[in-house]
Design a protein around this ligand. Sequence first.
Ligand code: SF4
Ligand code: SF4
Length: 452
Amino acid sequence: MDNVIVKRGYRFNIAGRPSTTLKCLPDPEQLAALPDKIPHIKPRLHVAEGDPVRIGSVLFEDKREPRFKFLSPAGGTVRRIRFGPRRTIQAIIIERQSGQEPRVGFEALSNDALATIDRKALVARILDGGLWWVFRELPFRDLPAPENSPPLILVGLDAKEPFSPAADVYLHGREDLFAFGLKVLSKLCGGKLVVFADAADHALIARGRDWLTHTVEGAYPSDDPGAVLYSIKTQASENRAWYVAGQDLMLLAELLRDGRYPTQRVMTVGGSAAPAPGHFLTRLGTPLSHLADPSQIIQPARWIVGGMLRGHTASQEDFMGLYETALNLVPAGGQAEFLALFTPGFRKPSYSRIFLSKLNPAPLLYDCNLHGDARACIACMHCADVCPVDLLPHMVFKAIAVEEVEEYLQLGLLDCVDCGLCSYVCPSKIELSRIFGNAKASYAREQMKRSE
Ligand code: SF4
Ligand code: SF4
């Protein structure tokens, strides 16, 4: 097992860590698929309001690549299709049929059959089973072309983004499924398979002795596949490596081994305003209010889906998307603090050392207060100090501001792993990571147009 060291990053110590006891939630009445949360696709609907659907029925496909299909997580009736600005499809909401939900059947693949099936047939099963989305290709994190055999597939088991599901919880008692998933990946991969876990997670390393290839040392976001790739890549072709999240690999294994479109997943609820931080086994596309009861939240809170740093703000009427496994409830802040300048800030998080919280080992209370407005860059270099892929974010920012494409590519924009740390530490409140994400997405769109 090789060890990778990611030197830069940041260790968060946040109150509201989810307990690791797994609770099973009852099935919610409604579930949803969220097409506009899947990056780089153009959804085309296969259903209309009022249509009956089964678990595994096609809800929508990608217009550019119709083999990318997205299937229903529930059996019942399409209750509502919610559109956003410019007719973007935000949510396909399905009312679940009570009792046994109808399902589409898929062919199951035994261990022996997996050993002999060829790559093309295996790819066809994954595409038909609507789970090609589990694969993402670096650096744009879009869905890879099925015909391409990747030089490297990375499988990450860590959860350093506060607070994602812990691998120990979702793997518990299901290691056989994970091992089956790894066999699938070795059939798809043209090169190396890299399976990594946090070097400090001794229990997970003991459990994965037979299949882990790397341990990773470092603070957040050392568990990001892009950060790991940055440290281990040996040739330029590996920049187009694929990656799969550990839990998503188990969904894929369930589809192929058991011939059933998977419907359940472990999700977390955490954050200082969470009434009951924990791990929950629930349905794909579950409503946020099913994970956290709004009536139990005693202070104004922001609902952040998909991780504290990379996630997006949602409302309690929203649902969890395909790539989202964490809901954080963070006090909304916004109210002026009485004599704020004269308080020592023992529980106030801060990257710079202006509060005494640096001396406090207890979990800190994060809220949404920005403590000031955006202003010009003061060249403090905090952003460069934390960047896991050694970018100079303030320089990249300046190159993007003047639309110097060649320059920002040269400065390594494509290596950016969208971790959000530079924005978090910036005392000038510049939303660096969002600006980088937008620049990367528009560069990706340009590339796609050229190849069409
Ligand atoms: S530039 Fe910012 S968002 Fe990108 S990897 Fe560096 S710290 Fe993370
Ligand atoms: S952290 Fe913000 S203010 Fe400091 S150098 Fe980076 S962009 Fe400029």
